[in-house]
Design a protein around this ligand. Structure first.
Ligand code: SF4
Ligand code: SF4
Length: 178
């Protein structure tokens, strides 16, 4: 297995963790480029779908929280509603989605790169479950309790990767599995 939080920057911050904290800026620029390509330059939707399938096979549902202009607007509107309502909003939004989200959501289980727990360093503090909108609202899921279902492999996981950023012991990371 290959870990993708392994790249450490000066000062001890991990490269992937640093990128995740900039997700909304990345989403804004990619989302804007996709909007321009589709509505100004007439980029064929089928190509976008093909790119989404390849991305989904590699990392699952990455489009909604990293690339989608509509997802960006939804998340921005939700941030004004308070933490709990925002979580419910994202939970419901990712239950439905669009054709790209449907395909990528089903690929969450089969993707090559997955969010994995290192049970040896995990202190069971529960911060990851408190942060994730899936585990907060559906107690049959947990990122660190081994008898519960893995939210990162469920249809609703939008690969926001916030569970990775909040873990104080770096026990959650992206890993290549095959
Ligand atoms: S935040 Fe990290 S240490 Fe805490 S329960 Fe989750 S995986 Fe374990
Ligand atoms: S990436 Fe982590 S925090 Fe985000 S939805 Fe998936 S399991 Fe939850």
């Amino acid at each position: 297995m290959l870990s993708y939080t392994g790249l450490q920057l000066k000062g001890g911050t991990y490269l992937v963790k640093k990128l995740i904290t900039k997700r909304r800026i990345i989403q804004f620029f990619i989302g804007f480029a996709i909007y321009e390509a589709a509505f100004v330059y007439g980029f064929n939707f089928m190509y976008l779908l093909a790119i989404a399938i390849v991305l989904g096979a590699v990392m699952g549902k990455t489009f909604c929280r990293w690339m989608c202009p509509v997802g960006f607007l939804m998340e921005t509107m939700n941030t004004f509603k308070g933490k709990d309502t925002a979580k419910l909003g994202m939970y419901n939004y990712h239950k439905v989605g669009c054709p790209i989200a449907w395909i990528q959501g089903y690929l969450n289980k089969m993707s090559f790169v997955k969010i994995k727990l290192n049970p040896e360093s995990c202190t069971n503090c529960g911060l990851c479950d408190q942060t994730c909108y899936i585990t907060s609202l559906d107690k049959t899921f947990s990122l660190h309790k081994n008898k519960k279902s893995d939210p990162a492999q469920s249809f609703r996981c939008s690969k926001c990767l916030e569970c990775i950023t909040v873990c104080p012991t770096d026990s959650l990371s992206l890993k290549l599995e095959r």
